[in-house]
Design a protein around this ligand. Structure first.
Ligand code: ATP
Length: 236
């Protein structure tokens, strides 16, 4: 459903991505692993239309050529991003933040059904719907951020380091919920430092190093690969 090839992104003279390729199939969960600065966030932002790829980069989604299109058009095509740091409106309530996610034309007529799905996935957000987001814990804020993205009824949900800063017990809950979202048919593309937890819910993974893809394979193989363990799991 998502097909990326030859994706290059420059920040001025600095090349952050040098011709990267990846695919995500319908209802598939894919993880991108890489050290800090490898270009993982840049890759998600390029797909979401938040940074401009170099001409010649190919990003195709559900039969549409989306490379270089503005972010709101890509959202309408069915791709939502939960950015690093969550990008919420801290002074607004949970309900107000969720409603902002329902702005896409594709989602407006189904707003009530989408909200019911978000409340089903995150029951705590029902109790907290009138709470100001800035007063919530990191884990609750992450629920709001994922809920807001789901309000646009995405076919592909991209998440940039969703477990960053969460207590270990919440990381387990977060990945269980992401797995449930995947079972409901949404494709997931996840950038994570938490290698084991993310690969455990994924079908495949890619290794990004200094702006280049250097490896790819089934999650079950990567999780047991000594090179991956050495590079990303702190094993020696
Ligand atoms: P992290 O996990 O630290 O966010 P990352 O793998 O997501 O790392 P990116 O944020 O995509 O990496 O950054 C890739 C490279 O591009 C890095 O060298 C970074 O310093 C550089 N970079 C990122 N954003 C910008 C920007 N707005 N202007 C200039 N350089 C940037």
């Amino acid at each position: 459903m998502l097909e990326v090839s030859g994706l290059a992104v420059d920040y001025g003279k600095h090349a952050a991505l040098h011709g990267v390729g990846l695919t995500v199939a319908e209802a598939e969960t894919v993880v991108i692993l890489g050290a800090n600065g490898a270009g993982k966030s840049t890759l998600l932002k390029a797909v979401a239309g938040l940074v401009r790829p170099r001409p010649g980069s190919v990003i195709d989604f559900a039969g549409q050529r989306i490379a270089g299109r503005p972010g709101h058009e890509i959202l309408e095509a069915g791709i939502a991003l939960v950015p690093e740091g969550r990008g919420l409106f801290p002074d607004l309530t949970v309900s107000e933040n969720l409603r902002l996610g329902a702005h896409a034309h594709r989602a407006r007529k189904d707003e009530a059904a989408n909200l019911a799905m978000v409340h089903d996935l995150f029951p705590r957000l029902v109790e907290r719907r009138r709470q100001t987001v800035s007063t919530m814990s990191g884990g609750e804020q992450q629920m709001v951020a994922i809920g807001r993205a789901l309000m646009s009824a995405p076919r592909l949900l991209m998440l940039d380091e969703p477990s960053l800063g969460l207590a270990p017990v919440l990381v387990g809950e977060l990945f269980a919920t992401l797995a449930e979202i995947g079972r409901r048919g949404v494709s997931l593309l996840i950038v994570e430092q938490n290698v084991r937890a993310s690969l455990s819910i994924a079908g495949r993974g890619y290794l990004l190093e200094a702006g280049r893809m250097v490896g790819e394979g089934p999650a079950t193989r990567l999780i047991n690969d000594p090179a991956v363990q050495h590079a990303f799991m702190g094993a020696s």
